[in-house]
Design a protein around this ligand. Structure first.
Ligand SMILES: [Ca+2]
Length: 151
C-alpha cells in the first residue's frame, strides 16, 4: 500500500503520490529557496518528508506523466526540486540526492543554458506543447511551486 493512498488536506493524489500546487493556496510567486522552505515547513506541520517536487526519483510514484500534464493544465511555471547550486552543471534532485542528467529528455532542448547565474529548476509551460519542460532559472526569480510528500 502506498503511503499516499490518502493525501493530507490541500494535497492532490497523482499516481500514488501526493502533491501540493501552491497556486491553490496562494497567488504569490516566491523565490526557489523560499518555496523550498515553504514545502519543508509543511513537512514539519504534517510530520512527513515534504520538499519541492521531484520527477523520476521514486518508483512509488507512478504518475509522472499525469503530474507533468497537471502542471501544464495549471498554466504556471513552477519551481521544482532540482538545482546545480552546489556544483555548476551537476544537477541534483535536492531531497533524494539523485542526479538529473543534462541528457534527460525532460529538459527543454536549449536548457540548461544559464551557467552560474541560473542554478534552480522550474517546469516551464510551453504554449505549443501539452507537456511542460524543465529549464534552469535564476534562483531569485519568483514562481509558483509544487511540493511533494517524498516516499
Ligand atoms: Ca547553473
Amino acid at each position: 500500500m502506498a503511503e499516499c493512498d490518502s493525501c493530507p488536506f490541500l494535497f492532490t493524489e497523482i499516481g500514488r503520490c501526493c502533491y501540493l500546487f501552491s497556486s491553490e493556496i496562494s497567488q504569490t510567486a516566491i523565490t526557489w529557496s523560499d518555496a523550498r522552505q515553504a514545502c519543508q515547513n509543511l513537512g514539519i506541520e504534517y510530520a512527513r518528508n515534504i520538499d519541492l517536487a521531484e520527477v523520476g526519483t521514486s518508483s512509488t510514484c507512478t504518475g509522472d506523466v499525469d503530474f507533468m500534464q497537471r502542471i501544464s493544465d495549471k498554466g504556471h511555471h513552477v519551481w521544482m526540486g532540482a538545482s546545480d547550486i552546489d556544483q555548476e552543471d551537476n544537477w541534483v534532485w535536492m531531497n533524494t540526492g539523485k542526479p538529473l542528467l543534462d541528457t534527460n529528455n525532460m529538459w527543454d532542448l536549449t536548457h540548461p543554458n544559464g551557467g552560474t547565474s541560473m542554478n534552480c529548476m522550474r517546469a516551464f509551460v510551453n504554449g505549443t506543447h501539452r507537456r511542460p519542460y524543465f529549464m534552469d532559472d535564476s534562483c531569485t526569480d519568483t514562481n509558483h511551486y509544487v511540493c511533494q510528500i517524498v516516499v
